[in-house]
Design a protein around this ligand. Sequence first.
Ligand SMILES: C[S@@+](CC[C@H](N)C(=O)[O-])C[C@H]1O[C@@H](n2cnc3c(N)ncnc32)[C@H](O)[C@@H]1O
Length: 200
Amino acid sequence: MSAETGNEAPSLGLLFQELVQHGVFEAALFALLLAAALSILWYTIRTGVPPMPSNPFARRAMFRLIPEDARPATIYELGCGWGGIAFELAARFPDARVVAIELSPLPWLVCHIRRLLQPRRNLEIRRADFLKADLADADLLLCYLMVAPMRTLERKLSADLRPGAVVIANAFALPGWEAEETEVVSEAMHANIYRYRVPG
Ligand SMILES: C[S@@+](CC[C@H](N)C(=O)[O-])C[C@H]1O[C@@H](n2cnc3c(N)ncnc32)[C@H](O)[C@@H]1O
């Protein structure tokens, strides 16, 4: 308000106090948390996979299974969740282009916020359905999904990937492919980590 009206403009602090007193702040916070929970639930139902990060031991095994002589130019993480693996891939392979694909908006948003704090110039974070993405240029792909999505993914990878491409899968196998290497991670409820290579 201007001085002409005789009223003082409320300070931000006072405005905040008013909102808290009338319960507006709590209501907004509750609405925000509810929307976040519903968003996670909706995308879990839609994709058939919750945004649960890989167990740290399983994650280490996934990195161990990347061939030592690998010099990938393009790496995909299919369903990157909150970004733990994608950020590590980008740091370990600074000369590669790392493409992290995530459909669920909240984890995708967290990845973007995370990149403000942990810059990675070679990391591309995409909000997309990886089943509709063109994966033909992939040299290395990593994923942690579930039984049914792995079946669908297998058809997609069989159609898209070029000979020599390597796929590392946590816990769930590509049912019709033969793994060239498997590691059992006892600290992660004996989960299998699979490495596949497209023959050529
Ligand atoms: C179990 S989490 C794994 C997260 C991360 N990759 C890790 O291992 O820590 C799987 C993620 O894949 C995402 N996802 C599943 N299907 C997808 C699809 N078709 N396109 C994009 N993201 C998908 C889910 O939203 C979920 O966040």
